[in-house]
Design a binder for this molecule. Structure first.
Ligand code: ZN
Length: 87
C-alpha cells in the first residue's frame, strides 16, 4: 500500500469572520463579540435583508457558519431588486 498522504482536494477551512463570497472581513459584530468577549453594537447585518439568490451563492459548507460581508450583501441586493421602475 502506498503511504497515506493528505487529500490534495481538501476544502479550504471555513473562517466565520470572512465573507464566503469574496473572502473579505465580513465585519460581523456578533462574530467579533464572540471572538473578543467584548460587547459590540448591533451588527450591520441586522439591518440588511439577505435575499435567497444571495444566500444561494454561498458554498454549502459555509452556510450558517460564515457571514456575507456588507459589500456583497448590498451589491447583490441592488442587482436583484429591479422592481422600482417609476418610484
Ligand atoms: Zn463579500
Amino acid at each position: 500500500m502506498p503511504p497515506v498522504e493528505p487529500a490534495p482536494s481538501a476544502p479550504a477551512p471555513i473562517s466565520p469572520e470572512r465573507c464566503p463570497l469574496c473572502g473579505a472581513d465580513n465585519l460581523c459584530a456578533m462574530e467579533r463579540e464572540r471572538l473578543t468577549g467584548e460587547a459590540q453594537p448591533p451588527c450591520w447585518c441586522t439591518g440588511v435583508t439577505f435575499g435567497a439568490a444571495l444566500l444561494e451563492r454561498v458554498p454549502e459548507p459555509a452556510r450558517l457558519r460564515a457571514c456575507i460581508c456588507p459589500t456583497c450583501a448590498r451589491g447583490a441586493d441592488r442587482s436583484t431588486e429591479g422592481s422600482t421602475p417609476n418610484a
